[in-house]
Design a protein around this ligand. Structure first.
Ligand code: NAD
Length: 498
C-alpha cells in the first residue's frame, strides 16, 4: 500500500498532493494512508478523460462490453481476499461482513453482464404504409457517482457497472474515508479489458462533488449518503437540469407481532441492528413491540445477547462487530446515548465504556439497547448510525404502521409474524420502499431495484437493477420510411394519422 492514495484518470494513477487527508484504521485509530484530495484541475482532467473515452465506448457493441464485465467478475472473485482486507482495514467491518458486501456487489456485476438484453428497445413494423418505428435506449454520455463510506465496494458497484454497460463513461467519487478498495477494484476492471478513461476515480469532499455536478459535461449524478447532503445534491443537480438520483439516510423499524417466534426475532435483530456496528442504511434501529408482554420478553432475550456481543478488530473473524468509522462518529453515538437517558429512555445495555484490550485507541463502542423509547426522543427521530437498538412499545399493528408512516425516513422495514393477514396489511399500508416479512434486512437482489421512500430517496428511479438501465439511458423514438418506387404522396398539411 502506497503512502498516498491517488486518483485513477485515463488509466493512470495521478497523485496530486496539494491537499491530502488522513485515512484511518478504525480498529487501531492509527493513520494507515493519506488520500489525495482532487484539485479543480484534477477533477477537470477526470471529466475530460471520461469525455474522450465516450465516443468509442458508446459505439462498442454491448456484447463486447459484457465480455469485459464477465472477466471483471472473475477478477473480483479471484481477488476477494485482498479486497475484503482493504475494506476491513479502512472501514473496520469484520472480514465475513466484508465478504457479504463484496458478494452483493458482484451480484450487480452479474446483472450488468445481462444489460444487452435490456437495451434492445421496442420495434413495430408497418406503423403506417412502408413505415417502421422503434424506440431505442441511448446512453447519456459522461455520468458521475458519489458514494458513502459504509459499503466502499458494494455501493460503487451498484452504479458504474450498469452505467458503463449502457454505454456511458463514468467519474466516480468514493468516500474519502475508505478509498483504497475502490481504486483496487477499478484497476481490476482495467485488467479485465476496460478501456482507459471509461471509469475514472477521484477523491475529495464537497468541492469536488459540486464541481462534478456543475460541469456541463456531466449528464447525470447518482449519489448515496446522508439525507441532508442527498437533498442538497438533488436540488443542485436539478437546478442544472440534470438527471439525479440521491439516496439518503434511514431509520428502519422492525415490527414484532405477539405470534412471532421471539428466539428467531432476537437472533435476526442482533445481526440487523449490530452487524457492521449499525453502519448500514438498512440496519434495524427500532424494534416496535406490539404489547408490553412482547416487549418484556424481547428485552429478556436481547439483553444477554447484546452483553455477549464479541466486539474487536474486523481482521479477527471471531469478532461479530468492529469499530465505528471515526472517533467523531463514536462521540456522536455516545452523545445520542447520553441524550436518550436524559430524555427518559430506559437503558438496558450501555456500550459506551467498552475498551478493547490492545486496541485502546480504536474507535470502538459496545452494543447498546434501550427500552421504552418514545417518538418524541432524538434517539428515535434521528439516524444514529451506530450499534444502538431501541424498543418502542405500541398496542396494535395499526399503531405500529402509523408510527412508521409518520417518520421522515422510509428506507426499509420488516414485520415478524406467523399471520398472513397481518403481513399483507403491513406490506400494503406501510410507507416504506423496501419491506421484509420475517426478513430483517430486505435488501433487494440485483435484478430488483433498491430505494427508499420519503426522505430516504430524492428522485424518481431506484438504484441498480432494471431502474438503473432506465436511469442511465435516454429513450429515442425513430420512425423510418423507405418508400418503394417513386414517392407519390403530395404535401400533407394535416397532422399525420392513419
Ligand atoms: P455522507 O453523506 O457524509 O457522504 C457521502 C458522500 O458525500 C461521500 O462521498 C462524501 O465525500 C460526500 N460529501 C460529504 N459532504 C458533502 C457535501 N457537503 N457536499 C457534497 N458531498 C459531500 O455519508 P457517509 O457518512 O459517507 O455515509 C453514511 C450515510 O449514507 C448514512 O446516512 C446512510 O444511511 C447513508 N447511506 C444510504 C444508503 C441508501 O441506499 N439509502 C446506502 C448507504 C449509505
Amino acid at each position: 500500500m502506497s503512502e498516498y492514495i491517488g486518483h485513477l484518470i485515463n488509466g493512470e494513477i495521478h497523485s496530486d498532493k496539494s491537499q491530502t487527508q488522513a485515512v484511518y484504521n478504525p480498529a487501531t485509530g492509527a493513520v494507515c494512508a493519506n488520500v489525495c484530495m482532487a484539485s479543480q484541475e484534477t477533477v477537470a482532467m477526470a471529466i475530460s478523460s471520461a469525455k474522450q473515452a465516450y465516443p468509442a465506448w458508446r459505439n462498442t457493441p454491448p456484447a463486447m462490453r459484457a465480455q469485459v464485465m464477465y472477466r471483471f467478475k472473475q477478477r473480483l472473485e479471484e481477488n476477494q481476499d485482498i479486497i475484503c482486507e482493504l475494506i476491513s482495514r479502512e472501514h473496520g467491518k469484520v472480514l465475513s461482513d466484508a465478504k457479504g458486501e463484496l458478494a452483493r456487489g458482484i451480484e450487480n456485476v452479474e446483472f450488468a453482464c445481462g444489460i444487452p438484453e435490456l437495451l434492445k428497445g421496442e420495434h413495430s413494423r408497418n406503423v403506417g404504409r412502408d413505415i417502421d418505428a422503434w424506440s431505442e435506449l441511448q446512453p447519456l454520455g459522461v455520468v458521475a457517482g458519489i458514494t458513502p463510506f459504509n459499503f466502499p465496494a458494494m455501493v460503487p458497484l451498484w452504479m458504474w457497472p450498469s452505467a458503463i454497460m449502457c454505454g456511458n463513461t463514468f467519474v466516480l467519487k468514493p468516500s474519502e474515508r475508505d478509498p483504497s478498495c475502490v481504486l483496487y477494484i477499478a484497476k481490476l476492471a482495467e485488467e479485465a479489458g476496460l478501456p482507459k478513461g471509461v471509469l475514472n476515480v477521484i477523491h475529495g469532499g464537497a468541492d469536488v462533488v459540486n464541481q462534478l455536478i456543475d460541469d456541463d459535461t456531466i449528464q447525470a449524478v447518482s449519489f448515496v449518503g446522508s439525507t441532508p447532503i442527498a437533498e442538497t445534491i438533488y436540488k443542485r443537480a436539478s437546478e442544472k437540469g440534470k438527471r439525479c438520483q440521491a439516496l439518503g439516510g434511514a431509520k428502519n423499524h422492525a415490527v414484532i407481532m405477539p405470534d412471532a417466534d421471539l428466539d428467531n426475532v432476537a437472533n435476526a435483530l442482533m445481526g440487523a441492528a449490530y452487524g457492521s456496528c449499525g453502519q448500514r442504511c438498512m440496519a434495524i434501529s427500532v424494534a416496535v413491540a406490539i404489547g408490553d408482554k412482547v416487549a418484556d420478553a424481547l428485552i429478556d432475550k436481547l439483553k444477554p445477547q447484546v452483553e455477549a456481543l464479541k466486539v474487536g478488530p474486523g481482521s479477527d473473524d471471531r469478532n461479530e462487530m468492529g469499530p465505528l468509522i471515526t472517533s467523531a462518529q463514536r462521540d456522536k453515538v455516545s452523545q445520542f446515548v447520553a441524550q436518550a437517558i436524559e430524555q427518559g429512555a430506559e437503558v438496558i445495555v450501555d456500550g459506551r465504556e467498552l475498551v478493547i484490550a490492545g486496541h485502546e485507541s480504536g474507535f470502538f463502542i459496545g452494543g447498546t439497547l434501550f427500552d421504552k423509547v418514545t417518538p418524541d426522543m432524538d434517539i428515535y427521530q434521528q439516524e444514529v448510525f451506530g450499534p444502538v437498538l431501541v424498543v418502542v412499545r405500541v398496542d396494535s399493528l395499526e399503531e405500529a404502521v402509523a408510527l412508521i408512516n409518520r417518520h421522515e425516513y422510509g428506507n426499509g422495514t420488516c414485520i415478524f409474524t406467523r399471520d398472513g393477514q397481518a403481513s399483507r396489511y403491513f406490506s400494503d399500508q406501510v410507507m416504506v420502499g423496501m419491506v421484509g416479512i420475517n426478513v430483517p434486512l430486505p435488501v433487494p437482489v440485483s435484478y430488483h431495484s433498491f430505494g427508499g421512500w420519503k426522505r430516504s430517496l430524492f428522485g424518481d428511479l431506484h438504484a441498480y437493477g432494471p431502474d438503473s438501465v432506465r436511469f442511465y439511458t435516454r429513450r429515442k423514438a425513430i420512425s423510418q420510411r423507405w418508400p418503394s418506387g417513386e414517392v407519390k404522396d403530395g404535401t400533407l398539411f394535416s397532422f399525420p394519422s392513419l
